[in-house]
Ligand binder design. Structure first.
Ligand SMILES: *[C@@H]1O[C@H](CO)[C@@H](O)[C@H](O)[C@H]1NC(C)=O
Length: 147
């Protein structure tokens, strides 16, 4: 147990990232709200199951598939079309922008959903203000209840 937690701590330090509450379940719910279509390529500049934009990927530190080069023009598409590379991208983005968007005193998956929807710069606008936001909210609640 201790060895495992030491290992996890070391990984967190090596990557320079520790993001509270960005769990496996949270990733599943963030994916669910965008439809989680593993076959989705890119539409309108948004790629993969999470509909990630190039700007988001760049802000996330341009993670790539193993051995790929972030300067390669298709590195963005190939990473964000891959589920695990998408997780790395979201981790990188939340390491930079993760915070308590709705001011409820905790930083959790709800906040990460708001950040993915509003962007990291000002994640505070409530999701119920727009039809698309309401749709995201209802899918998120579905996922939270199912897990
Ligand atoms: C993570 O989520 C739990 C449950 O919502 C909460 O109690 C905890 O404070 C959160 N962690 C942080 C750093 O906000």
């Amino acid at each position: 147990m201790q060895i495992i937690s030491l290992f996890i701590t070391l990984i967190a330090i090596v990557n320079g990232v520790f993001i509270p509450n960005l769990s496996e379940k949270c990733f599943r719910c963030l994916c669910h709200v965008t439809g989680c279509d593993m076959a989705h390529a890119c539409t309108g500049g948004y790629c993969g199951p999470f509909y990630i934009s190039r700007l988001y990927w760049t802000d996330a530190g341009r993670p790539t598939l193993p051995t790929d080069d972030p300067d390669r023009i298709e590195a963005f598409e190939d990473c964000t079309r891959d589920y695990y590379c998408s997780l790395k991208t979201i981790e990188g983005y939340m390491a930079k922008y993760g915070k308590d968007c709705n001011n409820d005193g905790v930083t959790n998956c709800y906040d990460y959903m708001m950040i993915n929807y509003n962007g990291g710069v000002d994640c505070s606008p409530p999701l119920y203000l727009s039809p698309r936001g309401l749709e995201i909210l209802s899918k998120f609640e579905q996922c939270e209840l199912a897990n």
